[in-house]
Design a protein around this ligand. Structure first.
Ligand code: ADP
Length: 649
């Protein structure tokens, strides 16, 4: 203190504004003296201070990280020494420790350092005036100061902020004016770096924000302090030539001043338009794919529906010959359940395949195998199938390969139908032709022989009794021929729908009698006619005659051992009934349902009976056309009773 002028010490120092005298020696800046006013405003006891370094007396607030102003203060002190002129620092923050606690009091200061020189003009000490401007600081335009301070201290941060890839804009609640905007945000708004946006209302710069409700959103953030965050929100605004929709990740967060008041908001924006649009395009592709898939599924369902209801059997095999699909008809025809078919090789099955000539069908000759081997479709290939528990049946198969887009056969499809009935008719027709030619040939040959013998006798012995025998034989054969020809003609008449009925009333009993006349005189047969002699019917007498004759002829033919034949003529409730009973070979029950079919012949016994298998078929046609019924009761080995009914009127 001795270096200081006494007047200064007494008058100025003791009563002056807060000041401290520092030794002008860096870096300690030892405290030489502190006046009462200084002690008062810093709230620190002098005993703690004198002789201490300025930095030890006023340690930095550890919470004030990054904002310690020691460097600034030190610079200013050094500048005072160097330039020997007073230096002023305003608005420097330096927190003061609160006595008795580990807390600090947030303070802003104005520092003025003045040099005190010795006689040689050397700076020996510094008078350091301090004034606490905390209040003034906060009362003044805080934001400006703060921003200015930040600008001073956070150049680095500033640069980062400016270059951040996220658009940022600081908006002041006062007039929604833009305090700060970085480059990324300018790009989003398509505003050049030189265009002055600071101080302008954000809603004037981008009027679309207001139209799309952001004014209210902004006010809400300011009022509640709750951040507003949305992702991929559409925003329509004019970035370049016209209004377009952009998609943005947006957040608007409140900005607080040092008194925790919201003084504005910071808006962050990231343009995700490309991402959203490309996802939209992807979604469109997915949607379209789904549509196509739906269509395909629909088509497939339709196809399956068709396959399921088809009258033909459909089977699909894979490239290895494994059956992968069989429609219900296929299952019905093959007599198998789907579970038995799927996975089965068409070569390994319960049933056996045969050629149509009855010989076993080798697997490689199966139409499916032929088609898979040659790659060519196979049409109408008939095979016989023998299931383990049913009668053999015939199927006609169409088979075609299924190829992939490289033309490789990946599967085979076959459609088939049961052609047993068709085949039976063909077989019956073939048999019929051979039987018919045989049936015609026998009486013809016999007739020819009789005629030759007759002509010989006529030359040699015309009065011989043999003449009458041969004439009778010839007549017999001739009537057989006439009979056969009539049957054939009747068949063709039935086929052409030309079997006209000439109905009239007649006595059925009498007709039955007439029909057997040729047998009643015959010793070999015992014909009994029972029933109601007066029974009248309204029918075509000639046709009914034909039916009765057929019954009686069969009774004679199929009962070679027994000569007894009983004809019964009865009146039932609403019809007349005629039956012809014989005591011959009878008919097995399972054959009965087929008796009235065309060309059907039983031929069980091994005994060959001549005939075309047409008589009963023609009889059934005649009776049915009269509205009557026809049938048979038979006991194999003991005979049969054939019957028909006719309406009485
Ligand atoms: P066919 O000319 O062969 O006799 P039908 O149509 O009259 O033709 O008879 C059909 C088949 O019915 C005969 O082949 C025979 O096997 C059987 N049949 C007909 N009548 C009798 C019967 N009374 N007793 C046994 N079998 C009969």
């Amino acid at each position: 203190m001795s270096d200081l002028p006494a007047i200064f010490f007494q008058q100025y120092f003791e009563v002056g504004p807060p000041m401290v005298i520092l030794q002008a020696k860096a870096p300690e800046f030892k405290i030489l003296a502190a006046n009462p006013a200084f002690l008062k405003i810093t709230g620190t006891a002098i005993t703690h201070m004198e002789g201490k370094s300025l930095w030890d007396a006023f340690p930095a607030n550890p919470e004030e990280s990054g904002t310690s102003n020691r460097d600034i203060i030190e610079d200013s002190l050094l500048m005072t020494i160097k330039t020997k002129t007073a230096q002023v620092l305003r608005g420097v923050r330096h927190d003061i420790p609160l006595t008795g606690t580990d807390k600090f009091d947030k303070r802003y200061w104005q520092f003025a350092s003045s040099p005190v020189m010795d006689g040689a003009g050397e700076v020996t000490s510094l008078i350091y005036n301090v004034s606490d401007i905390t209040e003034a600081f906060f009362n003044a335009n805080r934001q400006e100061i703060e921003l200015a301070l930040n600008e001073q201290n956070n150049d680095q941060l500033q640069r980062q902020f400016m270059r951040a890839p996220i658009g940022m804009v600081f908006i002041n609640r006062d007039g929604y004016s833009i305090d700060y905007i970085n480059q990324a945000m300018r790009r989003l708004w398509n505003r050049g770096l030189t265009e002055n946006l600071i101080g302008q209302s954000v809603f004037e710069v981008i009027p679309e924000l207001e139209q799309q409700g952001y004014h209210a959103i902004f006010d809400e953030v300011l009022a509640t302090g709750r951040a507003f965050k949305v992702q991929e929100t559409p925003l329509q605004y004019k970035r370049t030539d016209r209004v377009k929709t952009f998609y943005l990740d947006l957040s608007i967060e409140p900005l607080y001043d040092t008194f925790d008041h919201i003084y504005g908001a910071v808006g962050f924006a990231v343009d995700v338009t490309d991402k959203v649009l490309s996802r939209g395009r992807l979604q469109a592709i997915i949607d379209e794919k789904k549509l196509v898939e739906d269509e395909l599924r629909h088509n497939e369902e339709r196809l399956v529906q068709i396959l399921e209801t088809m009258a033909e059997g459909v089977g699909i095999i894979d490239a290895n010959g494994k059956l992968t699909y069989a429609n219900p008809m296929a299952q019905k025809i093959l007599g198998l359940h789907e579970s038995e078919i799927l996975g089965n090789n068409f070569g390994e099955r319960k049933w056996k395949n045969f050629r149509t000539d009855g010989s076993p069908l080798p697997d490689e000759e199966h139409p499916m195998a032929i088609m898979m081997k040659t790659g060519q479709p196979v049409y109408d290939h008939e095979i016989a199938v023998q299931p383990p528990d049913r009668e053999r049946f015939y199927i006609s198969i169409n088979a075609a390969p299924i190829r992939d887009n490289k033309n490789k056969i990946v599967a085979g499809i076959a459609t088939f139908m049961d052609v047993t009935a068709r085949r039976k008719i063909v077989e019956q027709k073939d048999e019929f032709i051979s039987v018919a030619s045989h049936e015609l040939k026998t009486p013809l040959t016999s007739l020819k022989l009789s005629m030759q013998l007759l002509s010989k006798l006529f030359d040699t012995n015309p009065t011989s009794p043999q003449v009458a025998v041969f004439i009778a034989k010839a007549n017999n054969n001739l009537s057989r021929l006439v009979h056969l020809t009539e049957d054939l003609m009747n068949i063709s008449k039935i086929d052409n729908g030309k079997l006209p009925l000439k109905k009239a009333r007649f006595n059925l009993f009498k007709l039955a009698h007439d029909c057997c006349e040729y047998l009643t005189g015959d010793d070999a047969h015992a014909v009994v006619i029972e029933g109601e002699p007066g029974l009248q019917v309204y029918a075509d007498e000639q046709r009914i005659d034909q039916v009765i004759v057929n019954f009686v002829n069969n009774a004679v033919k199929y009962a070679p051992e027994s000569k007894k034949i009983i004809l019964k003529v009865q009146q039932l409730a609403d019809c007349a009934m005629l039956s012809v009973q014989d005591f011959g070979i009878g008919i097995p029950a399972e054959k009965v349902p087929h008796l009235f079919e065309r060309y059907y012949r039983v031929n069980e016994t091994g005994i060959q009976f001549s005939g075309l298998g047409l008589g009963l078929y023609i009889s059934a046609e005649i009776i049915e056309r009269h509205g009557g019924q026809i049938g048979v009761n038979s006991d194999p080995g003991n005979g049969s009773t054939f019957w028909f009914t006719l309406p009485i009127s």
